[in-house]
Each structure stands twice: as C-alpha cells, then as structure tokens.
Write a protein of this length. Structure first.
Length: 120
C-alpha cells in the first residue's frame, strides 16, 4: 500500500471528501487527488495541517499504526503516576492539563514528521 493509498484511507476514515480534506491540508482538490494517486510528492506543511484534524501521520508515512496495547512497561508506570497526580486536581485544572498534553502530543508528532521529511 502506498502513501497515497494511506492518505485516502485516513481521509475516508475521518469522514472527509477530497475537497474538504484538501482544504484542511491547505491544498487544492487537484493536489489532494494527485497525492492520493501518488503523482505528486506530499509536503510537510500538508502533513502538519491534517494531523490537526486527526490524521495518523505515522501510519500514512510508514504503514504502521501504534496499537494502544503496545505501550512499554515504563510508559505504563509513568501513566499510572501521572493519573494519580491528575486525580487530585479539580475539573478546571484537569481540563487545563489535558489541553497541555494534547498540544505536546501534536508537537511531538510534528517533530517526528519534520525529521522524517528532512531525511528523504
């Protein structure tokens, strides 16, 4: 399966038509079609935008999805500690922490994407 095939799969999984997904990615519908047909190379700017609407960039680029049950033991231990700390917060504080975590995850995904793009 090609990158174009996986872009199309992610688009369909997220419920977007080509035009709407192209708009979310900051490109034209024609570019979206070309990406899905592997006729044009996809730029990092496009990936940085579609990750914001929930596209799995790691999957698109590598064909590999990280399953929830593949967490390492140290990650599970860290999550238990973090959960314990979050549980003592009030609802507003919890929302704030979750926003920070989501932003950190998004930034990490972008960093990985940029590094992979620069290696090509």
């Amino acid at each position: 399966m090609s990158i174009g095939d996986r872009i199309k799969e992610e688009r369909e999984k997220l419920g977007y038509n080509q035009e709407a997904f192209a708009n979310a990615g900051g490109v034209s519908k024609r570019s979206q079609i070309m990406y899905e047909q592997n006729k044009t190379e996809v730029g990092a700017g496009y990936f940085s935008k579609i990750v914001e609407i929930g596209a799995d960039i790691q999957y698109i680029l590598t064909g590999k999805k990280i399953e929830d049950n593949q967490l390492q033991e140290d990650q599970i231990s860290d999550l238990v500690k973090i959960t314990s700390m979050i549980n003592v917060l009030n609802d507003d504080q919890k929302k704030e922490v979750l926003l920070v975590i989501k932003e950190k995850i998004r930034l990490n995904e972008l960093e990985v994407l940029i590094r992979q793009t620069l290696k090509q």
